[in-house]
Every structure is written in structure tokens, then in C-alpha cells.
Design a protein around this ligand. Structure first.
Ligand SMILES: [Zn+2]
Length: 137
């Protein structure tokens, strides 16, 4: 679980982006919504500040993609499970690259931790796809 109790830094960064930052114990991962310009930070997920702010920048990078028409189907939620299985991980890793730049701007003393790098991250992703889009084909 997260070990920070002061979210004013997160609020400040998100405000600059015109994004509402919500915090909750979701238990199924952080997420973003470009249409509503909000992100949801799953407080069950983090141990360190670095992890927390990395994920926050990852979610902001999704908003950036939404604003810049990158992978429109994915960010406008008009793709199906097959599309997500095929391209989802590639898109998430693209988002991680954008997120690393955002992170470097706001937190130059820390190093961005990619959200989709480890074997566990990849397994989590496919479990999430199965849950969100039904049985894996
Ligand atoms: Zn993502």
C-alpha cells in the first residue's frame, strides 16, 4: 500500500494538465478517461513515491494521447477485445515512453518506472484484458 499521505503535489501537476485526479482503493488498477479529463489512482497499487508518480504520469500520458489523437480507438474506447489483445501492450509501452518524458519534467530527481516492463506487468495486463473484454481468444 502507498506510503504517502500528502497528495497536494499530485493535485498540482494534474491541475496544470486540467485533469481531475481521484484517489481510491480500487484494487483493479489505475485508469484515465480522456472524455471526462480525469484519472483514477488506485491506492492499493503503490509502495513508493516513485511508483505512485510514475503511474500518475502514465495516466496523464493517456490523456496526452487522447488530446493528440494517438491510438484513437484505444483512447476513445471503441476497440474490441481482439484489438486490445493485439495492440494493447504496444500502445501501453508507447504511453510509457510519453510518460517518461512527463515524469522527467516534473520529477527530475527520480527515475520513471515503466508500468509495462516486467513479466508480472505483462501478466497483469492480459488478466485485465480478460476481465474487461471477456475470455481470451
Ligand atoms: Zn496505461
Amino acid at each position: 500500500m502507498i506510503n504517502i499521505t500528502n497528495f497536494s503535489e499530485a493535485d498540482k501537476v494534474c491541475k496544470e494538465w486540467g485533469v481531475e485526479c481521484n484517489f481510491a482503493f480500487l484494487g483493479n488498477g489505475s485508469c484515465s478517461d480522456g472524455f471526462d479529463r480525469e484519472i483514477w489512482m488506485d491506492l492499493d497499487e503503490f509502495i513508493t513515491k516513485r511508483e505512485f508518480y510514475s503511474t500518475m504520469c502514465h495516466e496523464l500520458a493517456h490523456i496526452w494521447c487522447f488530446d493528440n489523437d494517438k491510438y484513437i480507438d484505444y483512447h476513445h474506447y471503441i476497440c474490441d477485445g481482439d484489438y486490445v489483445l493485439k495492440y494493447g501492450l504496444k500502445i501501453e509501452r508507447y504511453v510509457d515512453k510519453i510518460a517518461a518524458d512527463i515524469f522527467a519534467d516534473y520529477f527530475p530527481k527520480m527515475k520513471y518506472k515503466p508500468c509495462y516492463e516486467s513479466k508480472e506487468d505483462v501478466e497483469w495486463f492480459y488478466k485485465w484484458v480478460e476481465k474487461a473484454y471477456g475470455e481470451k481468444k
